[in-house]
Write a protein that binds this ligand. Structure first.
Ligand SMILES: *Cc1c(COP(=O)(O)O)cnc(C)c1O
Length: 243
């Protein structure tokens, strides 16, 4: 309990300091707790501290965890690569998807979403140019944004990225800046709901906030190091992995 409360307090303080430095109000940045590999007991602890927004990467892992009676009503977003044959399962617990990166996935989401509760969507952009990263290329953003906007039951909330992870948080800055510029261009082309920037993780959240993040996704800084390497959650991008 103490570990989570301490990690949460420190993380919030980091966000607040970064907001102060960049002249933003602290409530302009939402904190998502990324709960991959985190067992249900610890999720319940986090929930007990009053925290309300969670993120998960894998459908197989998240489904059983968030089926727990005390976790059924919490807000969980899908942030990992989503295969089309897992869409139906993901929509049982996810109220938003941050990893929308291709037209065929948009079509599948629109087909399976409950028309009574529209799905919030972020378009994932590959801002680092690394071949192993998922996400559309910057020049493909508009095509996908328009596709989402044509889907009656999907609501475009903004853009998401995973930056270059380096020894120094500064290496991430150009990625975050590019995402902000793309978001500004998307909004100015008339997609007025797409104001959010989902960017920044444990090691680079200050830089992300300085560049305009509205939602930071934090795991390690709150829950400690994971037993599973990230490559398990960010599979190598091969032609077979896309769908
Ligand atoms: C794991 C993960 C995070 C959180 O990473 P930490 O370094 O543990 O804070 C954020 N976003 C995505 C997409 C992730 O897979």
């Amino acid at each position: 309990m103490e570990a989570i409360e301490g990690g949460l307090r420190q993380t919030r303080a980091r966000i607040e300091r970064a907001c102060e430095r960049s002249g933003r109000s602290a409530d302009s940045v939402q904190l998502m707790l990324v709960t991959k590999t985190v067992p249900v007991e610890r999720l319940l602890e986090a929930l007990g501290t009053g925290h309300a927004l969670f993120g998960e990467n894998r459908v197989q892992e998240a489904g059983p965890k968030y089926a727990h009676p005390r976790l059924r009503d919490v807000e969980v977003h899908m942030i990992g690569h989503l295969q089309r044959n897992k869409v139906e399962q993901a929509l049982r617990w996810a109220s938003a998807v941050h990893s929308v990166d291709r037209v065929r996935l948009v079509t599948m989401l629109e087909r399976h979403v409950d028309p009574a509760s529209p799905l919030d969507v972020f378009v994932q952009v590959n801002t680092s140019g690394e071949a192993t990263k998922f996400g559309v290329r910057p020049e493909e953003v508009f095509e996908l944004v328009e596709c989402v906007d044509r889907s009656p039951h999907l609501r475009l909330r903004g853009l998401m990225t995973i930056a270059i992870l380096g020894a120094e948080p500064e290496v991430a800055r150009p990625c975050f800046r590019l995402l902000r510029e793309l978001r500004d261009a998307v909004v100015s082309r008339g997609h007025g709901t797409a104001t959010e920037l989902s960017m920044g993780m444990s090691q680079d959240l200050e830089v992300a906030v300085e560049e305009g993040a509205t939602l930071v996704r934090v795991g390690t800084a709150v829950f400690g190091h994971r037993p599973t390497p990230d490559s398990y959650y960010w599979p190598e991008k091969t032609s077979g992995a896309a769908d």
